[in-house]
Write a protein that binds this ligand. Structure first.
Ligand SMILES: NC(=O)c1ccc[n+]([C@@H]2O[C@H](COP(=O)([O-])OP(=O)(O)OC[C@H]3O[C@@H](n4cnc5c(N)ncnc54)[C@H](OP(=O)(O)O)[C@@H]3O)[C@@H](O)[C@H]2O)c1
Length: 211
């Protein structure tokens, strides 16, 4: 698949590396074309640098891997408001979290709904925000426990595309309903980050229930 990634930081790098290892072609782009080029050069074959508008135009599915502060600007560069992402699956892996408090930055709704409002006609899926990008890398510990990737979205085809891409990373997709659930999934990330920041193990902070 031709996957676009809006973002040129750590998460973009980890996902691009993992998906190209599975044979996908990845276009990366953000506010700096120089940073996109440096990332493409660092990752090598299968990763191409492009301006955000080209990422949007030439990709079958697009991942938003941006800091909260950069979402509006880069979506605008991509032409999202003019329909550049219309009809496409847009995976939102962002954490719009205040890292000192663990509280979500959007006062209401969710980052995923914020993106959906700005990416006219696109099909946003919240996914991949909870695990560190490095956990999908080739050097991640072999035999690590199965990673269930909770996702939500309103479009069945976009959820199927997201599920396929999650499986290609080595995760197990779990679709939990429509995009109205995104704030709940984003809150889980804030909860996990806050526990880790206060010296607690998030894995022992939830009950071990049998499926
Ligand atoms: N890293 C992970 O393991 C991980 C895991 C799950 C989810 N996430 C989420 O994925 C997103 C990206 O994380 P990351 O680790 O890749 O962060 P990062 O390395 O800091 O990269 C942030 C990206 O956002 C862009 N950006 C920041 N401020 C901007 C602004 N004002 N205008 C335009 N672009 C701006 C940066 O562009 P410049 O480089 O030009 O500043 C860069 O492309 C975040 O929402 C994060 O919570 C990360």
């Amino acid at each position: 698949m031709r996957i676009g990634i809006l973002g040129t930081g750590g998460m973009a790098s980890a996902l691009a590396e993992a998906w190209t290892r599975r044979g996908h072609h990845v276009l990366v782009g953000g506010r700096s074309l120089d940073k996109a080029r440096a990332l493409a050069e660092q990752l090598g074959g299968g990763v191409e640098a492009a301006a955000p508008a080209q990422v949007a135009r030439d990709s079958e599915a697009v991942v938003v891997a941006l800091a909260w502060e950069g979402i509006d600007a880069v979506l605008a560069l991509a032409g999202a408001g003019e329909g550049a992402l219309a009809g496409k699956a847009v995976l939102d892996c962002t954490n719009a979290v205040d890292f000192t408090t663990g509280l979500l930055r959007p006062p209401t709704g969710s980052a995923a709904q914020h993106i959906a409002e700005r990416a006219v006609g696109s099909h946003v899926v919240k996914a991949l925000h909870l695990f560190a990008g490095a956990s999908w890398s080739a050097s991640a510990p072999a035999g690590q426990a199965a990673r269930t990737v909770a996702m939500c979205g309103d479009d069945a085809a976009a959820l199927a595309t997201a599920g396929e891409l999650v499986r290609d990373l080595g995760g197990v997709p779990a679709a939990l309903g429509g995009l109205e659930h995104a704030r709940q999934l984003e809150g889980v990330a804030g909860f996990v980050m806050r526990l880790a920041a206060t010296g607690h193990n998030p894995a022992t902070a939830v009950p071990a229930l049998a499926p």
